[in-house]
Design a protein around this ligand. Structure first.
Ligand SMILES: Cc1ncc(COP(=O)(O)O)c(C=O)c1O
Length: 459
């Protein structure tokens, strides 16, 4: 190929039909019911059925799309299936998914204001809503990162930089963060990346971290620079006692990071807003729109009470970045990222389309579904509720079952495309866990499936 050919825009040929074909597939997929039978396949199965798709001359769009449609997409779990209640599922609005395609089409470089102003402005408006829900001052701000894991890491890096700048040196014995054992695994992962210790704090009888004992933990560990509280733990949906934790953190002058990756969405739900009291004093916060704010993967809203502290930690400098406009707040200055897609746009579009009232209603539906199912479990003779759900996660036991029974039942249900409900541990015991985030989930169908457990036998 000569240089002229390589420079020729026609190197790809006319792709108009390809774009139309892919968009037609996407439109069909967005409006179709998710397939509950879609599930992971072994790599050798996929290799056999997908065949070779990467070749010197390309297999062509029709063929590649056909492989995706027939083989690859069905080998992915339907996250938005109303009976997918495993892990933390995802239930994006059609508006959010459709706009994800628009955001890709616009192909915005949203790391710097000068390149992505319009998109960043829209993202910031969505963050404003979260800021108001938090009760934070209007000097607060943030950005969207890929997920809760990178949000937690970015926030804790900002917290450590803040502590380091104040102390002027690394403390003897190194840095540490403190959290309850129920904090998400990504907190320990962030601590590993930052090379800081994790001090595990005791919790009250209801599983909540409280401010009690924080002063002792701090005295015992001089390099402790942040406390991490959960606004909705992953396993049980527990919201830590943010009122007493934030009070203690303010008194002790220590950074409070609140991980609301899952449960932060419930700030929008009036029925449980009181549980978050004290969050207005936190220094940083995350919530994932791809979890319970009806946006597709991947998106985490990362918020700082004071964005200057984040800029001190994250702003990248180099001669090739000298001309970047630093008058504006650049998303790349607030997290571990430089190039970024405007991954808050699908959430913004959905919120702008449907309005905050419908968002509140949709979150309330999951809370109400969780309560209905919990009450049903409580009244049933063959099931035992672990605790009333604080948000929308329900844990329960089948007292007659062994660990193998739990696993066998869960696998059978999944294989049959009936319900995705997987075991976890509570207090050292195997229990079942249901996570409600999809307003299309019908609680009556869930209770009917749970009733059938009474007659269930391993076949
Ligand atoms: C409370 C909490 N924090 C953090 C995370 C990590 O989020 P992500 O999977 O988006 O990285 C999760 C994931 O479930 C979570 O539930």
């Amino acid at each position: 190929m000569d240089q002229n050919q390589a420079n020729d825009a026609s190197v790809w040929g006319d792709e108009t039909d390809i774009a139309a074909r892919v968009l037609a597939w996407a439109t069909d997929r967005i409006t179709k019911e998710p397939d509950p039978h879609a599930t992971a396949q072994r790599a050798d199965h996929l290799r056999l059925h997908a065949g070779t798709t990467i070749t010197e001359d390309g297999v062509g769009a029709e063929s590649a799309l056909d492989v995706f449609d027939r083989v690859l997409a069905p080998a992915t779990r339907a996250q938005a299936d109303p009976l997918n209640l495993a892990y933390i599922p995802s239930a994006p609005t059609q508006a959010a998914i459709a706009f994800d395609i628009a955001a890709s089409a616009a192909n915005v470089f949203a790391g710097h204001w000068e390149a992505g102003a319009g998109a960043i402005h829209a993202e910031n408006e969505a963050l404003e809503w979260i800021r108001e829900l938090l009760g934070w001052p209007n000097t607060a701000g943030g950005t969207f990162v890929a997920g809760g894991t990178s949000g937690n890491l970015s926030a804790l890096h900002a917290a450590r930089t803040h502590a380091w700048n104040r102390l002027g040196e690394r403390p003897l014995g190194g840095w540490a963060i403190a959290c309850a054992a129920s904090a998400h695994s990504s907190i320990r992962s962030a601590a590993k990346v930052l090379d800081v210790d994790v001090i595990e704090l005791p919790v009250a009888h209801d599983g909540r971290l409280t401010g009690e004992g924080l002063a002792d933990a701090l005295t015992a560990r001089p390099g402790l620079f942040a406390v991490v509280a959960s606004a909705g733990s992953t396993n049980a949906g527990i919201v830590d006692d943010l009122a007493s934790v934030s009070k203690a953190c303010v008194e002790l002058d220590i950074w409070l990071h609140v991980d609301g990756a899952y449960g932060g969405a419930a700030l929008a739900a009036p029925s449980v807003r009181h549980l978050f009291s004290g969050i207005e004093k936190a220094n940083s916060f995350i919530v994932d729109p791809h979890k319970w704010l009806f946006a597709p993967y991947d998106s985490c809203a990362l918020m700082y009470r004071d964005t200057h502290q984040a800029k001190n930690a994250h702003a990248q400098t180099a001669h090739y970045l000298d001309s970047v406009d630093r008058e504006q707040t650049n998303p790349s200055d607030l997290a571990i990222q430089l190039s970024r897609r405007a991954r808050g746009l699908p959430f913004w579009f959905s919120l702008a389309t449907h309005g905050t009232k419908k968002y509140a209603t949709a979150v309330e539906i999951s809370i109400s579904n969780a309560r209905q199912v919990a009450n049903h479990i409580n009244e049933s003779s063959h099931l035992s509720l672990i605790a009333q759900p604080m948000l929308s996660i329900v844990l329960f036991e089948v007292p007659a079952w062994s660990d193998d029974d739990y696993q066998a039942w869960s696998s059978t249900q999944s294989r049959n495309g009936r319900i995705l409900c997987i075991p976890t541990k509570w207090d050292g015991r195997t229990v079942l866990r249901l996570a409600f985030v999809n307003p299309r989930t019908d609680a009556d169908v869930v209770t009917q499936i749970l009733d059938e457990i009474a007659d269930w036998r391993v076949h």
